[in-house]
Design a binder for this molecule. Structure first.
Ligand SMILES: [Zn+2]
Length: 233
């Protein structure tokens, strides 16, 4: 015959199993790359791309400054070389030179602007990299601790499952149905202790005859109010 202590033993195993399995699910859900780490990595990639584009712009700007300087140099040579004497031609060359010099100055300005932008972009990349390193270090520590916890939980669950298997024969089919029903209804707490004639599940004062019956150990006795299985110790 199934007794209240038999059901209580099963309940303790089930509660421990529920807790361990829920924790394992949490641990497994947290294992793997977190959103923070992915986001930090994306920021680094974005800033690397910005810097790459600026480098290419800088390369073009350097070439364009050199080009304008070269052209201005050529015009200057013609202008002061003494081979050209025609005043109209000389005046045109002078205009060309001044417009080329303006162009050189403009291009040098934009080159300088790019150098400043690059310096800023390099700083931004550096700070994104150190943020990533920090996030990664935290993540590594968390993962190590989660994996350690998983390695403890898995054998713990296996041991509880074995214990449950061994406890099952003591609980007959009808008692099992009752236990499962109450377990669902009372968040795993199907068994209630009795203290000073009171059900510890719902705090109601129980009829003396019921307490006597529960004490005598003749099968399962339920609380008249919450219907939990009563255990008199
Ligand atoms: Zn009760």
């Amino acid at each position: 015959m199934t007794t209240a202590p038999d059901v209580l033993a099963l309940q303790e195993t089930d509660l421990a199993l529920d807790k361990a399995r829920a924790r394992l699910r949490d641990v497994e859900a947290q294992t793997g790359e977190g959103e923070e780490l992915i986001a930090a990595r994306e920021v680094v990639a974005e800033r690397q791309e910005v810097l790459k584009q600026l480098r290419s712009q800088l390369h073009d700007a350097e070439w364009s400054v050199e080009d304008a300087r070269g052209k201005a140099g050529g015009v200057e040579q013609k202008l002061y070389g003494g081979t050209i004497r025609n005043p109209k031609e000389l005046s045109d060359l002078n205009d060309d030179l001044s417009s080329l010099k303006t162009q050189v100055a403009k291009r040098e300005d934009s080159l300088l602007g790019l150098l400043v932008e690059m310096e800023e972009a390099e700083k931004q990349l550096e700070s994104a990299r150190s943020a990533l390193a920090e996030t990664d270090a935290v993540w590594q520590r968390e993962q190590a601790s989660l994996l350690g916890e998983k390695a403890r939980l898995e054998p713990e669950i296996a041991a509880l499952e074995t214990r449950r298997e061994n406890q099952l024969p003591a609980v007959d089919a009808e008692s099992m149905r009752l236990y499962q029903l109450l377990r669902e209804r009372h968040r795993g707490q199907a068994v209630a202790g009795v203290e000073r004639g009171m059900c510890q599940g719902c705090r109601i004062a129980l009829p003396m005859s019921l307490v006597q019956k529960a004490r005598s150990g003749g099968g399962l006795v339920q609380c008249v109010s919450c219907e939990r299985i009563l255990l008199v110790t």
